[in-house]
Design a protein around this ligand. Sequence first.
Ligand code: NDP
Length: 311
Amino acid sequence: MRCALVSDRLDLRAFLGAELARIADRIEVVDHFAAEPVADIRLAVAWNPPRDAFERYPNLQAVCSIGAGVDGILACPSLRPGIDVVRVVDPVQAQTMAGFIAWHVIGHQRSFATYRDQQRDRIWRSLRQRSAQSVPVGILGYGEMGRTVATHLALLGFPVMAWSRTAKSAVSPVRVFHGREGLGAMLGETEVLVNLLPLTSETQGLLNRDLFDRMRRGGYLVQVGRGEHLVEDHLLGALENGQLSGAALDVFVDEPLPPAHPFWGHPGIVVTPHDACDASAGAVADTIVATADAIQKGERPPHTVDRERGY
Ligand code: NDP
């Protein structure tokens, strides 16, 4: 099956690399901007597609993301109703995310930033050692990523809570909350808040002053969802007034983060360049093949998102 590669920010051919040869007997890729006939194209892979991208493919049936998130594809105005949007579910990616989150949670628990400052000033001074058990972590989102992160943090000894849209059955040792009331209950006990929500109309702007105020004073934010979840000025205000003691930010409204942005130089903020964890090229290639198979059988591809719900 022919498959269009659609992105104006990322070289998808380079990203998929050797995986293209591995799946070449099933998938022939076509560059979006190449002057080739496209009437037979039913499948595309996309990341930050141009606004008019999908107009070019009158017979498109499915679009695969190259990651867990699909917000950039769903927001594309040329995505017609009825086109399936497929995300990548990669357990190795979730495990990499768990390591990334653990780095920041332990960094807060053990005051890594203070050790770094002390080293810079050649100061030998022991710091108070806090147990993991004394640092409750609340995770926004209890899906593929959130569940893996929760399991890893619980193994490290942190009291872990998580929040989802729909109710979940009890899965000790993680306490799971849902709905608006559940969010309030979780925040009241949360010292480190980890955002692993998808970006939807319901979750946009959720990380705001009101939410920070409901956390334990001196709390810490680990923001790996999407930039639009965070009201940036409210974060700066919460750091200024001490409601939050710090934040690790991996995703931003403007990516790359502009050089003049105040987050870069803020002493309480750690910036990483949307690098928490990528899906592997192998997992993306497997997703493409599984989606092509489903199209050929007239079935719904695995990991098709609910376009109404937004994730
Ligand atoms: P999933 O779809 O598996 O899980 C999403 C979770 O969020 C579910 O638990 C869902 O609840 C919950 N949720 C959605 N909407 C709401 C809402 N309105 N209120 C409460 N809970 C809600 O997604 P993943 O775990 O695979 O990925 C989550 C996000 O992580 C991605 O969309 C992406 O934005 C981000 N991400 C970032 C990466 C990075 O490198 N920075 C890498 C990978 C992912 P329910 O269970 O009830 O459906």
